[in-house]
Design a protein around this ligand. Structure first.
Ligand SMILES: Nc1ncnc2c1ncn2[C@@H]1O[C@H](COP(=O)(O)OP(=O)(O)OP(=O)(O)O)[C@@H](O)[C@H]1O
Ligand SMILES: [Mg+2]
Length: 335
């Protein structure tokens, strides 16, 4: 392990078990989060992006359970296996929010409608730091101001419903940054916002990263946003990372048929204007009854008999990895 690694997810497997029904929401997922870098997780709805990050913070919904793999957080050179400690014990509580912050799609999730904005940010500061109320108030003003909330001194007395969506999301980011987390998990943080506001929020996150060296796990459906934000990308399909690599490799030279189809199905900044958008044929399979082999095979135009067995992960050089039999020979040539 190098000293740049902050978090390792290895062969993570998370399931929802209800009677006879088992949903394999996350299946054999591995990636590492490095200091100051952004990893993007992309994929269609239901591909397991949120369940992956909720597994990291141990905030899974009631029926969700990690059934395999390891999630290791490295704190001051010491490894803490997050899925082996009590999910509401002291260590986990000291990691959640303080080491690993979270920003959600709906900023209302992190705000309480009955308290003023100022109060909530202050309470959060007091929860994380040994400071007086006065110091907390000053710090709250400073953070909100640096996140671009105008007229902070009067606006901290307002309630969440008096703030626009973009302003609420700025407050959500402020709340998540209070403990100076090393890793920020952002689950579709701008999906609910207008395009121009989205860009402002993304710039804000980049500025924070530049200033504090924060690592980010960024979840989105939007390939344009992931191209803008991420250093490395994991493309998820039906609970698995099917392709992984540096953003440029994956977006300009996709190797998995699913990534290729995804790129052809959504518009994104920089795409060839003449390119026609295609839809990915077929539907995603029932998550409670996944096919034995490659889960994308039923929709894949290159599928062969080989795909009845789930493909190995092939390493294509430069960190680019793909789980697709089409690349077996390619890897053999690379030796
Ligand atoms: N509380 C739950 N109970 C049962 N199954 C769930 C629950 N939450 C998620 N799942 C299942 O886990 C799988 C992964 O869901 P997840 O929410 O991680 O997808 P996602 O990639 O975040 O999708 P989206 O882009 O829509 O947010 C899906 O099959 C989903 O149906
Ligand atoms: Mg989600």
């Amino acid at each position: 392990m190098d000293d740049q690694t902050l978090l390792k997810v290895e062969n993570l497997e998370t399931r929802f078990i209800s009677g006879e029904t088992i949903i394999r929401a996350v299946n054999d997922v591995s990636f590492t989060v490095k200091k100051g870098k952004t990893i993007g997780l992309v994929g269609e709805s239901g591909s397991g992006k949120s369940v992956t990050v909720h597994s990291i913070t141990q905030l899974l919904p009631p029926l969700g359970k990690i059934t395999g793999g390891r999630i290791t957080y490295i704190k001051d050179g010491k490894e803490i296996v997050l899925n082996k400690i009590q999910k509401n014990g002291k260590t986990m509580r000291s990691i959640r929010g303080k080491e690993i912050g979270m920003i959600f799609q709906d900023p209302n999730t992190s705000l309480n409608p009955v308290y003023t904005i100022g109060n909530q940010v202050m309470e959060n500061i007091i929860h994380h730091e040994k400071v007086t109320k006065k110091q907390a108030a000053e710090k709250a003003l400073h953070i909100l101001n640096s996140l671009g909330i105008p007229n902070v001194r009067s606006r901290i007395h307002e309630y969440p419903h008096q703030f626009s969506g973009g302003m609420k999301q700025r407050v959500g980011i402020a709340m998540s940054m209070v403990g100076n987390p090393k890793i920020l998990i952002a689950d579709e943080p701008t999906t609910a916002l207008d395009v121009t506001i989205q860009l402002q929020i993304l710039e804000l996150m980049k500025n924070i990263q530049g200033e504090y060296g924060t690592s980010i796990i960024f979840i989105t459906h939007n390939l344009g946003i992931v191209a803008h934000m991420a250093d490395e990308i994991g493309v998820m399909y039906m609970g698995r990372i099917v392709e992984y690599g540096f953003t440029r490799q994956v977006l300009t030279s996709p190797k998995h048929p699913y990534t290729e189809a995804l790129l052809q199905s959504v518009p994104y900044v920089g795409m060839n204007k003449q390119a026609r958008l295609k839809t990915i044929k077929g539907n995603t399979p029932d998550p409670a009854a996944l096919p034995e082999g490659c889960t994308f095979a039923p929709r894949c135009e290159y599928a062969t008999e080989a795909c009845n067995v789930y493909p190995d992960e092939f390493h294509l050089g430069g960190g680019h990895k793909v789980s697709c039999w089409l690349h077996k020979e390619r890897e053999e040539q690379l030796g």
